[in-house]
Write a protein of this length. Structure first.
Length: 351
C-alpha cells in the first residue's frame, strides 16, 4: 500500500511540474505565432492591393492612350456637336483645341463643354453641357443655361408657315411682333443683337440668303422642314390661334472634323448664297452620320426626317440673324418675314 501511495505522489509531482514549467513558455510562443500570422496576412493583403493598384493604373493609362487618339476624340466631339447643334436654334457647342475629355473605367466618355451663341462677332457663353457617350454608342446630355436675366426670353422658337398647319388665312399682324420691333427701335446704334424670325412660306436656303443679301448681317441657323405634322408625327405646342412650334432640324454653318481637330464657320454671310449647296450637302452628310453612328433621344425620328429630306429636298422656314441693330430693324420691314423675337443684345463688336 505504501508503494501505491508513493507512486501516486510521484505521478502528481510530475503533473504539477508540467503545469508549472510549460504554460508560461507555451503562451509566449502562441502570441509570437499569432503576430507572425497577422503580419503575414497584412503583408499578403498589402501586396495584393498594391498589385491591384498597379494593374488598375496600367488599365486606365491604356484606356487614355487609346481614347486620346484624335479620331476617337473627334468622333465623340462630333457626336455632341452634331446632335446638339442640329436640334438647336443657333446654339453652338464649344470646340476645344485640346479636348478636355474623360473616360471612365467602364469605357464611358465624358465631356463638360461651354454653350454659346454668336452675337455680332462675339461668341457669348450662355450655358454648359455635360455629355456622356457609353461604349454601346448611347449619347446622353444635359444643358444648363446661364441666362442673363431672370425674366429673359428663350431664344426662338420658329413658327411653321400657316399653309402647312391651317387652311385659314394668316393674320396680317401680331402683337408680339410689335413688341419686339419696338424694343429693337429703342436700342441705339452702338449695339449688335441676335434676332429670330420666321418665313411666311417654305423657301430654299439659297432664296432666304438672297432676301438678306442687301443687309449687313450674318445668319447663324435656319430651321429645316422635314415633314413635321404632315408625314412625321411630332409633338408640338400651339400659341394663339395660328402659330405652331415644332421640334426641328437646323441648317447651321459648316463644321468639319478631321484627324487634327475640327474647324467651323461663325455664320452664313448673305453674299454667299451660291455656296449654300455645299452647306446643305454637309448637313445631309452630318445627319446621315449621326443617325448611323450615335444612339440618342429622337434618333428614330431623325432617320424618318432624313428619308423625307432625301426625297423632297431641304426647305427652311426661318432664320437666326445677327448684326447691327439698325440692319436688323430694316429686315423686320420685309414682307416675307414675320414672328420676330429679339434675343441677345451686346455692345458694338461688328467688323
Amino acid at each position: 500500500m505504501s508503494d501505491h501511495t508513493e507512486h501516486d505522489e510521484q505521478r502528481v509531482l510530475q503533473e504539477e511540474d508540467f503545469e508549472n514549467l510549460h504554460p508560461e513558455w507555451g503562451q509566449k510562443q502562441f502570441k509570437r505565432m499569432v503576430w507572425k500570422t497577422r503580419w503575414k496576412f497584412f503583408l499578403n493583403a498589402g501586396g495584393a492591393l498594391f498589385l491591384v493598384f498597379i494593374v488598375y493604373h496600367i488599365y486606365v493609362s491604356s484606356l487614355h492612350i487609346y481614347f486620346d487618339q484624335s479620331k476617337v476624340r473627334n468622333d465623340f466631339l462630333r457626336s455632341i456637336v452634331s446632335v446638339v447643334e442640329m436640334h438647336g436654334d443657333g446654339l453652338r457647342v464649344e470646340k476645344p483645341v485640346h479636348e478636355a475629355f474623360e473616360v471612365s473605367p467602364f469605357l464611358t466618355q465624358k465631356a463638360n463643354l461651354k454653350i454659346y451663341r454668336q452675337v455680332g462677332s462675339w461668341e457669348v457663353i450662355t450655358g454648359e453641357i455635360e455629355a456622356e457617350l457609353s461604349i454601346s454608342g448611347k449619347l446622353s446630355y444635359t444643358i444648363t443655361n446661364t441666362g442673363a436675366y431672370m425674366n429673359g426670353n428663350n431664344t426662338g422658337p420658329f413658327f411653321l408657315p400657316y399653309s402647312l398647319v391651317s387652311n385659314q388665312v394668316a393674320p396680317t399682324s401680331d402683337s408680339s411682333d410689335s413688341n419686339h420691333m419696338n424694343r429693337l427701335a429703342k436700342i441705339d446704334d452702338g449695339h449688335v443683337a441676335e434676332l429670330s424670325l420666321s418665313v411666311k412660306n417654305l423657301i430654299s436656303p439659297e432664296q432666304l440668303m438672297k432676301l438678306l443679301a442687301n443687309y449687313d448681317v450674318g445668319v447663324t441657323a435656319m430651321p429645316v422642314y422635314a415633314g413635321e405634322l404632315k408625314e412625321i408625327d411630332t409633338s408640338y405646342s400651339r400659341a394663339g390661334m395660328y402659330n405652331y412650334m415644332t421640334p426641328h432640324l437646323t441648317l447651321k454653318p459648316l463644321t468639319s472634323f478631321g484627324e487634327n481637330g475640327s474647324g467651323w464657320y461663325a455664320y452664313f454671310a448673305p453674299d454667299e448664297a451660291e455656296q449654300m449647296h455645299e452647306q446643305v450637302q454637309a448637313m445631309m452628310s452630318d445627319l446621315e452620320w449621326m443617325t448611323s453612328n450615335v444612339q440618342y433621344n429622337g434618333s428614330d425620328m431623325d432617320r424618318e426626317r432624313l428619308a423625307y429630306l432625301k426625297e423632297n429636298g431641304v426647305q427652311v422656314y426661318g432664320a437666326v440673324v445677327t448684326g447691327p441693330v439698325r440692319e436688323l430693324e430694316k429686315i423686320t420691314k420685309l414682307p416675307e418675314f414675320h414672328q420676330f423675337q429679339l434675343n441677345r443684345v451686346e455692345i458694338w463688336n461688328w467688323d
